[in-house]
Design a protein around this ligand. Structure first.
Ligand code: URA
Ligand code: CA
Length: 433
């Protein structure tokens, strides 16, 4: 087989066979296919697309390009949740303990990464003593015992995706539905998921800005999952404004605790109940989505969800007392309220810019070397549609620096007011699969 023939085939809009896709991914992973040929192929895919079978083959070829995690020693259906990324997205911290309280095994492999705030692991490390450096056997044992454990990324998972994503990043080919969908799904499958629950964000703060693009990506991923034997569903949820109120690491841990207690923000609570219902249903712990939701509400009101969070923290060295006493989480030196400059209604809270403001305070990493300040961040007091009086606090800033005029200005610039009434955005647009 010659790579040049395969590039021409795709360029001309023809279908690549399973063997051809396998050849391409193997060759690219072991460096026998050079970047220049691979970039020509990704550009051809960008313009010509891939059919369902090609997408499934590409996904599985990337899964098999490196190690895969074997979770078969864990009893039950391992359901993984994935979010395409947003601002102040605290759902993983809530969903883990919430569904674990109903016996759904959550074996989470998580990362740090770049962004407005830290990843799930960074957030959890705001709890004193908590760590993810555990051996594989210990990880499996903890999931069997407590139904929930988090481990850092280990092994050589989907090296083909790593290489390909970096190449796409510099060749104008990130934004291709077949390539994005296979990239995300390959990572979930390599990490051992039996079933996958996707949260595809839509709006200003999301990777996909329009509902049409979000729907297309969601459907592409659901089809891939189901075509390769993993029950998969997707929710399309709003990311025009940050989710919940808190944006920051320790602040989001506190928000997760509030939510597990039944006292969290409405949007975060509703999204967790929706995603959680699907996870419980996919895991076979309820026969309908309605039954799953009732069970979730029950473990919130009887305290079992909170108890599950405590057990989880303690089992990985964390101080479980933060749950009853969140003041034990890292605290910022200064707090500043941002008063509204006028009367009106909130019409926009531009999510990615608010996230950048949190990063300027130190809540997230701008580069891999940056050190996160777990205590800092932003807590909103108003969301889109809320009425505000002049002088009323829009949000509180938690900072370890005193001089933060640039952050305040950025926040003012990205909270847009209207004199007219504004309706709140729809939180859950669609459920697919
Ligand atoms: N996220 C991924 O993991 N892969 C993509 O291709 C795009 C976003
Ligand atoms: Ca939040």
């Amino acid at each position: 087989m010659r790579m040049v023939d395969l590039i021409e085939k795709k360029r001309d809009g023809k279908e690549l066979t399973s063997e051809e896709i396998q050849f391409i991914i193997e060759g690219y992973t072991n460096n026998t296919i050079p970047d220049y040929q691979m970039s020509a192929l990704t550009m051809a895919i960008y313009f010509q697309g891939m059919n369902e079978r090609e997408r499934a083959d590409l996904t599985m070829a990337m899964v098999h390009s490196g190690d895969t995690i074997d979770l078969s020693a864990i009893e039950g259906v391992k359901v993984d949740k994935h979010s395409t990324g947003g601002v102040g997205d605290t759902t993983t911290l809530v969903l883990g303990p919430l569904v674990a309280a109903l016996g759904v095994p959550v074996a989470k492999m998580s990362g740090r990464g770049l962004g407005h705030t830290g990843g799930t692991i960074d957030k959890l490390e705001a709890v004193k003593g908590f760590h993810v450096e555990i051996e594989n056997d210990e990880f499996i044992r903890l999931v069997n015992e407590n139904k929930l454990a988090v481990i850092g990324q280990s092994g050589n998972l989907t090296p083909a995706d790593k290489k390909l994503y970096a190449l796409r990043d510099v060749t104008g080919t990130v934004n291709s539905i077949p390539l994005i969908a296979s990239s995300i799904m390959s990572k979930k499958i390599a990490a051992g998921a039996d079933a996958i629950c996707l949260d595809v964000k839509t709006g200003a703060g999301a990777f996909m800005k329009t509902i049409e693009d979000s729907r297309e990506l969601a459907k592409a991923m659901v089809n891939i999952g189901n075509n390769v034997g993993r029950k998969t569903m997707a929710v399309i949820s709003d990311m025009s404004q940050p989710l919940g109120y808190a944006i920051g690491n320790a602040l989001e841990v506190k928000e997760a605790i509030d939510t597990l207690r039944g006292e969290g923000p409405d949007d975060l609570t509703e999204l967790c109940l929706t995603l959680g219902s699907h996870m419980v249903y996919l895991a076979g712990k309820a026969t309908t989505l309605e039954e799953a939701r009732e069970k979730l509400l029950e473990v919130i009101s009887n305290g079992k969800a909170l108890e599950s969070f405590k057990t989880f923290l303690q089992s990985q060295g964390g101080d479980p007392e933060v749950v009853d006493n969140p003041s034990k989480l890292p605290q910022a030196k200064y707090t500043f309220d941002l008063p509204s400059l006028e009367d009106g209604y909130i019409s926009e809270i531009i999510a990615d810019e608010i996230g950048t403001a949190a990063m300027m305070l130190g809540a997230g990493r701008a580069t891999k070397e940056s050190i996160i300040d777990l205590a800092v961040g932003i807590v909103l007091h108003k969301k889109i549609g809320d009425e505000v009086k002049k002088g009323e606090s829009l949000l509180t800033i938690y900072s370890n620096q005193e001089e933060i005029e640039d952050v305040k200005q950025k926040l003012y610039d990205n909270i847009i007011m209207s004199k007219q009434k504004v309706t709140a955005p729809i939180l859950i647009h669609e459920e697919i699969g």
